[in-house]
Design a protein around this ligand. Sequence first.
Ligand SMILES: Nc1ncnc2c1ncn2[C@@H]1O[C@H](COP(=O)(O)OP(=O)(O)O)[C@@H](O)[C@H]1O
Ligand SMILES: [Mg+2]
Length: 335
Amino acid sequence: MDALLDIRNLKTSFFTHVGEVKAVGGISFSLRKGEALGIVGESGSGKSVTMMSLMRLLADSGKVVDGEILFEGADLIKLTEREMERIRGNDIGMIFQDPMTSLNPVYTIGKQLMEPLIKHKNMNKSDAYKTAVHMLSIVGIPSPDKRMKQYPHEFSGGMRQRVMIAMAIACSPKLLIADEPTTALDVTIQAQILELMKDLKDKINTSIILITHDLGVVADVCSRINVMYGGLIVESGSTRDIFYRSRHPYTWGLLKSVPNPKTLIKERLKPIEGQPPDLLKPPVGCPFAARCEYAMRVCINERPPLFEIGTDHVAACWLNHYQAPKVQSPVVKEA
Ligand SMILES: Nc1ncnc2c1ncn2[C@@H]1O[C@H](COP(=O)(O)OP(=O)(O)O)[C@@H](O)[C@H]1O
Ligand SMILES: [Mg+2]
């Protein structure tokens, strides 16, 4: 088995003054070497908490309460803080939504790029400098030599995002996690950043996890998609299966709200009505039942398991047990 990452039954909670918030309620998925996986779902579905659990960067009140996070076979949950620091600097790179949270305003870009190379890769200053310049050129920053001496505020939003990607890939991580990397950017720059990520996948053969609330964004970059809702994976499959053969009403709802003509949606754009579940008291049945126009009694009373739909395609919806042939994805035809 060539899995780089294998997450098994991960449960993460926040212990707050009002009670236990079950942010991730038991999810399992794996990622192969060189694969690009998309994780999609509305805001609050547990995407970031899943990644923060993996990186061990949860807020103080957050705790992994069950499960395993196997990275190259070793359980990250069992590592010491020191070993984990090494993994973060070396093996797993992360790009956050807001570049300013991971760039230090008082140091030059050059210094910030070189530091991890010196610390984690034992490079001398001159090699670290050359590598840093090379990274800036890989991510498409013009005159990288000159840019090395500049500070974060001297870069535009899109260029800062590129710098952050350069930092995340400088140590050639085996896994690159991008959490909504384009949300704060305008549409043209979004497209450029996504193009860049696709390029990197080929150039440095990194595995990628791309998190977004927009299904249109993952279609181009990722070959597989996990759909999350209420702290659970409700559907998982190849990008084609998710777009053209989805078997979960929540995924259909997301597809209908994709603002992208490439997806050939026949209905008008519309957001899914209603609110996500209260994670202080997660519903016993399907987390989506309260908002689902197809909900049956069983959906309220019993949590649907992930039904096998096809090869590497599963969906946690009772419709697949009772009346699968009648339901279908809102996408009209394959591109
Ligand atoms: N620091 C925190 N304290 C309490 N609850 C939190 C905290 N961070 C996240 N949560 C809970 O976890 C849920 C999932 O959050 P998150 O993973 O950030 O969602 P998203 O899918 O938008 O990335 C939130 O809806 C919230 O209920
Ligand atoms: Mg998030």
